[in-house]
Design a protein around this ligand. Sequence first.
Ligand code: ZN
Length: 475
Amino acid sequence: MAELPDKKTAFIDWYLAVVEEADLSDKRYGVKGMNVWTRYGFRARRNLDHVMVREIEATGSEAVEFPALIPATEFAKEKEHIKGFDAQVFWVTRGGLTDLDVPLVLRPTSETAIYPIFALWVRSHRDLPLNVYQIVNTFRYETKTTRPFVRVREIHFFEEHTCQVDEETATARVRSNLAAFRRMARSFALPYLSVRRPEWDKFAGAHYTIAFDLPLAGARTLQLGSVHHYRDNFSRPYGIRYEAADGEERYVHQTTFGLSERLLGAIVGAHGDARGAVFPSEVAPFEVVIVPILSAASGEAVARAAREIADELRQAGRRVRLDDGDDRPGAKFYRWELAGVPLRLEVGARELERGELTGVDRLGRKLPLARVRLAEAVAGALTAFDLELGRRADAAFREAVAPATQLSELAGSERVRLLGWCGEEACGHAIERAIDGALLGTPEEPLPFAFPEPKACIACGRTDGVRVALAAQPM
Ligand code: ZN
């Protein structure tokens, strides 16, 4: 197998090669931007969903599922929203041989599918808050170059939609979502910037948008997800009202929280290295791969012991792959490193005699694991692996963000830039031209490192009303 492209100098090529070689996705499907989930990739996706579901349900949200097709009449009700989305939708205009009276939109996102029904579900203040989520496929007519997990036309989408009594409780829901994402990101060992988008870059129809940006190689960032406060921008056109305790009719305030399989792309992009993917154990399709080291004399006994060890670890709840195929051990090591398995166990005659197996984690660290109480030792090794993976990702994150005080520093920047901005849109666009990317916005949560507070707008030099902002090249 050929060597992978260099991650630092040819990031996109490296990323595409890892996705392909690790067998996470099959890109040969006949529609651009619609990839096939392979058996291995699907396992990773299912684990990712599991973390999202666990953390959102811990905040009292419940699962629902709405239809994929939306009547054009409902889709058109919120004007800003349709302006933002109508260039991206797939339309269904015929049923069999008949043109439809009301054309249908294949959901690009589900506000316009869900909110007419919310208007029926919400009657009284006793029906609030209403916090529900769904994990469904959404569809966008993407015209740019598509990339597996990162920019696709069929999106594996997590979306929470909520109704709250007023603006303040909706703000509290936004906070709760930010905290839930922080917990999810810990499971993925992903550090990120939590950023309030500028007005011109917020979600279509939102009052404001907070997005999570992951710095990658160069000045590149990847948006991991977003949380939106809608105020009553949607509840008015969709008639989502309730009778308050004082008997008055009021419109609900709404929030949404969106994530997708992009997180899988982020995990590959952030943690992967020259040897392939590296999965944190909660997401890894297999946490442990067992490779028997067979010889003519001890083949039978070793093969049996390897099977016993696999069973034992599975019974302890671990996701285990026993690679007892005919390839040489070296070829197996190579394959499972490429696939990003956190821990490899080597089982040979020598190991069995000693009562101690050789463990090698995906960061290349060798550890002896006692055969007795093996499940416990493996659990400890995986925890240590996750901690070290997170520590390395944090270090790379710090390295990827740097302050800038002159516009001239932005051209060809190799890092995400922290700078002063007066808040004017014209200055924002000047910054975007200088970095050939985007003004991501202003940090919404404290940054995890200290930096010199900017004194003036990097574009116009004004010193009053200056705020910290981040600029980068979104992937
Ligand atoms: Zn300015």
